[in-house]
Design a protein around this ligand. Structure first.
Ligand SMILES: CSC[C@@H](O)[C@@H](O)C(=O)COP(=O)(O)O
Length: 367
């Protein structure tokens, strides 16, 4: 997507230096900083500290991490050690393990001398595939938005609420939840997006920055506003992303998503989840019982970062001295609250049958 008129992906390979560059998302939307990842520790830190974030982007970054590991030492022992090292960075988004497994399975039969090249090619492949997948998600989501627009008086915007940042910054390009918005807007459908702030990390500010760069009308709202807006008929549909979707269609996403789904259900507002197939965990059925929820540092809750009056990025304390914070980073929305799943192969019901019909080969393997 474009930043000041220039096209960026959220990560890219610099051939001349043999390095991966990323956008350090900790400073957005106030400062656009690019950073090179040159050591395995850099890769792990980038994921843990959320310089790169969002399930698909974490997966693509990990694939490049495996490529670096193979360039340093292509042995089986180092491959397994690097798999563990990167897998430990964040527990909830399944795309991380999906990418690591895909790399390890592809590299195992390759002669050590060829592993570095094959691993880098695979990382490029995973990144490119993500772009294509997200574009297709956008096409299928566009059809849904078009249907809603057709029932409205000409010129009235389709009002979409979204939570967190499932935008191009969270993927390699396009985003998942935002891809239908970009494509609908480009197709001339009037839109208005309600952007949840998404405390504590305020990923909504990233979404606002993205939508603003694309010219899409939107308002940045506090997380607690969604229910009120839905009660007053001001939301036509909700589209969110996901970090892990179970084989029966339970959806794990950024903390607060579940509350939005409850409010949508109570008010008859369609609640859609956009996801690339690598986000489906075919080994898990019951998301509430089985998905590990990342507990992050309480500092993210007790403190908040923003621009101060001097225009400098600074951090201030919100809670009283000594208050303990709690910071579960994700929650699970049971499939009964999900109207549909927007995937690269089409839209399906959030049920085992719905997912199996779109991805029969995966459903079969997982039994
Ligand atoms: C296309 S991204 C989908 C999800 O990864 C996104 O909604 C989300 O919850 C991101 O969480 P984050 O903690 O910012 O990595």
């Amino acid at each position: 997507m474009k930043v000041n008129g220039k096209h960026y992906r959220s990560l890219w390979w610099v051939e001349s230096r043999g390095e991966l560059e990323i956008i350090d998302q900790r400073w957005l939307p106030h400062d656009f900083r690019i950073e090179a990842l040159t050591t395995m520790q850099d890769y792990a830190d980038a994921i843990v500290e959320m310089r790169v974030r969002g399930a698909p982007l974490i997966g693509a970054t990990a694939a490049y991490g495996m490529a670096l590991a193979m360039a340093q030492d292509p042995s089986d022992a180092n491959m397994d050690k690097s798999w563990d090292f990167l897998d430990r960075t964040r527990p909830t988004a399944i795309n991380l393990r999906w990418a690591l497994n895909r790399c390890r399975e592809a590299l195992r039969p390759v002669a050590e001398g060829n592993r570095a090249d094959v691993a880098l090619k695979l990382a490029h492949e995973i990144a490119d595939e993500d772009v294509d997948i997200c574009h297709s998600i956008g096409q299928h989501g566009l059809a849904l938005i078009r249907e809603i627009a057709a029932k409205k008086p000409v010129g009235e915007p389709v009002r979409i609420l979204t939570h967190c940042n499932a935008g191009w910054l969270a993927t390699v390009d396009w985003g998942t939840a935002t891809s239908p918005m970009y494509q609908a807007f480009d197709a001339g459908i009037p839109l208005h997006v309600w952007v949840d702030e998404t405390r504590p990390r305020n990923q909504g500010a990233l979404t606002s920055w993205e939508l603003g760069s694309h010219g899409i009308p939107h308002k940045y709202i506090v997380d607690n506003a969604g229910g009120h807006l839905m009660q007053h008929g001001l939301v036509d549909l909700v589209i969110v992303g996901t970090d892990r979707t179970t084989r029966r269609g339970d959806v794990c996403n950024k903390i607060g998503t579940y509350l939005k789904a409850l409010a949508a259900h109570d008010n008859g507002v369609p609640f859609y989840v956009a996801l690339p197939s690598p986000t489906i965990d075919w080994t898990v059925d019951d998301g509430v019982a089985e998905i590990p929820i990342e507990e992050r540092d309480a500092f993210e809750v007790t403190h908040v970062q923003g621009l101060n009056a001097d225009g400098k990025i600074s951090t201030v304390q919100v809670s009283p001295n000594g208050t303990q914070g709690g910071n579960p980073a994700f929650d699970v929305t049971p499939n009964r609250l999900v109207t549909g799943l927007i995937t690269e192969r089409g839209v399906c019901a959030a049920t085992p049958e719905g997912l199996a019909a779109l991805f029969p080969e995966m459903a079969k393997v997982s039994g």
